[in-house]
Design a protein around this ligand. Sequence first.
Ligand code: UD2
Length: 318
Amino acid sequence: MANYLVTGGAGFIGSNLTNFLAKENHVVAVDDLSMGKMENLDSSANIEFIKGSITDVSLMRNLLKEKEFDYIFHLAAIASVADSVENPIRTHQVNFDAVFHLLELTKKHQKMLKRFVFSSSAAVYGDEKTLPKQEESVIRPLTPYAIDKFAAEKFVLMYNNLYEVPTSVVRFFNVYGPKQNSSSPYSGVISIMMECFDKLKGNLDAEFTLFGDGQQSRDFVFVEDVIQALLLVAGNSATLGDVYNLGIGQATTLLELIRIIENHLGIKLPIIYKEARFGDIKESFADISKLQAIGYKPKNTVSEGMKKYIEYLQKEYE
Ligand code: UD2
């Protein structure tokens, strides 16, 4: 049994990771439940849940002083780009300052740590046009969210290079799957669509607002593949001090995505077209060859991942 710390452990990706790890390991999940939910976590004796914010330095100090972790996955963040634009100082405290503190605490107290994995975002590439995005592509962060992620990445890697804290960074592309919160207009587009389909199945009225012409594309990656990649990165000595794109390496347009889901469900999605969102990126997909070189094979095409996600939602509502 290894000891894991997952910050943001009750959130979308964090809870999927925590539940998976807890089958064979002990996991401390820290979450302030601002976006995450207790119900996301399995009831398992291997999960120790701590309700608290990563910005609470004394909470995090006590935790890192008292316990010895083999792995730390730092997933806690204010994930909404729009929130970061509205409230840059508050989001900076969570998305940057708290990471910095956690690195210092890790350096001081976690002498047995095998890996600290930081979750960054494809947002760091901004609107730079080169495709696919390579880890060495031009970085053009355009929002407080993206700047904080990039700055935090740099500190995370610097702690490996200068202080021998074993760290790695992954840049998530568009992750989807069970437990994704759909409550905000800035939630992932797939979770918003699924909520519409759910209403339609219940014979309620629902319309999906499509911003733009639907030809914008994204690299949609199923959360199971994200878990696979996180564990690969954490367990491989070649990934120390390095950064990895995490997608499936394929672009899917929104219209293609809608067609895939309509085919699985046999329901047509009513669409209202609106102006593209300000700053929306037209195309994005990842070059994943670096991750593939350490053994990553995304197991789910968008169609396969959507099929699993739909099956999960159907069971939930039964
Ligand atoms: C993703 C990340 C964001 C940031 C950004 C960097 C998610 C949820 N968001 O934003 O945090 O890292 O990448 O580039 O992973 N859309 C609609 N209708 C809706 C919602 C969305 O048409 O109700 C469109 C939206 O305008 C965009 C596409 O769907 O063109 C994908 O939107 P998204 O918010 O899921 O993801 P993205 O790539 O804009």
